[in-house]
Write a protein that binds this ligand. Sequence first.
Ligand code: ARG
Length: 459
Amino acid sequence: NANQMWGGRFAAGPDAIMEAINASIGFDQRMAAQDIAGSRAHAAMLAATGIVSDKDAEAMREGLLTILSEIEEGKFVFSTALEDIHMNVEARLKDLIGDPAGRLHTGRSRNDQVATDFKLWTRDQMDAAIEGLQALMRALLEQAEQGADWVMPGFTHLQTAQPVTWGHHMMAYVEMLGRDLSRFRDARARMNESPLGAAALAGTSYPIDRDMTAQALGFDRPAANSLDAVSDRDFALEFLSCASICAMHLSRFAEELVIWSSAQFRFVTLSDRFSTGSSIMPQKKNPDAAELIRAKIGRIFGANVALMTVMKGLPLAYSKDMQEDKEQVFDAADNLMLALAAMTGMVSDMTANRPALEAAAAHGFSTATDLADWLVRVLDMPFREAHHVTGSLVAKAEAKGCDLPDLSLDEMQAVHSAITEDVFTVLGVHNSVASRTSYGGTAPVRVREQVGRWKEALA
Ligand code: ARG
């Protein structure tokens, strides 16, 4: 039997395979609340503009609320034959209130309807990402404040480079996540235009009030071009690209946590609450949450590429290809929120192993740059020559199997006769970090400044 929405033109119903490939209700039921909010706003507008009677609009709005509670209580029966959330809701409205339900779709199409629902859903996820990021940033700030003057090795090429502070390292992630936060905020501001009332693609001849529905749904204004309004999925792509960059940051940090929690590094101890054991090796405590966060970037970035690819060849306006937008965004959003929450939990719970960090900071000739700088400052040596002299001292220490501060003054003077006892004051890791007071540098005073600035920004 033919479809109840467009049965007029059809003699036969769809093949089972057609129904299977066409139906989106399996996933777009997640937009039920948004669909009902959009329809309620539309119904109120239809009455305010005199397109339908107040009585009919009231019946629609009441009926839609009933449907919302049926869905929330798990009593609603979703039907694949009804294809998607829009037609499932409308069909149920017909059961509930009869004929007035048939007037709801006046001056509207599923094309502007789905764009509206999906925008509302994505907008909520942007808000959730913003909140999740703020929570994680607060957890990092606490770590940074506590360890503002704890010394650890800073790396380049994962080789010991110069000592930095634990707080400085934590604050590096606060900066990255701060940019993620502002990216989500920018995207949210840009997307906040209402597609509702664009109708199928060309607008409508009914005297609708798009400002009214835009306002009711929390949009800043109606979208200015009806063709664009129903075809635009930039907002979903922006969500996915913001999410990809954010997940990339989480993944880098997760990688560090995996390395740092190993027996070889022992920089951090993850809590039992955020670790797992092994079924065979009794000693194991594995950083699974960090590993899974590191892996999530794969599916989030994949969603971004998938939707870009879906969209890239579509002629204006709506094509059914666009139905493939939702699962990508749903999956990416679910996994981003999970990754943010798991990272927040891990960071709040983890313990930095201060003695191990400090011991590691002193290994690997991490203060060689400080030594070269001393030669420049005290002996007025050109930096290139100081670099060379220091290199010889490092080679000497390496041959002896010791660190720079373990060389005797005699051994130093054998390399350069003008070196004095004073050089030993710059070879310690604490002096090293304390001296790096340039703006943005690793000195504890600078780190505390940045912690203060971000605390205020997040307050
Ligand atoms: N389920 C569809 C989607 O997700 C709704 C829009 C259908 N519009 C249409 N003209 N077939 O995109």
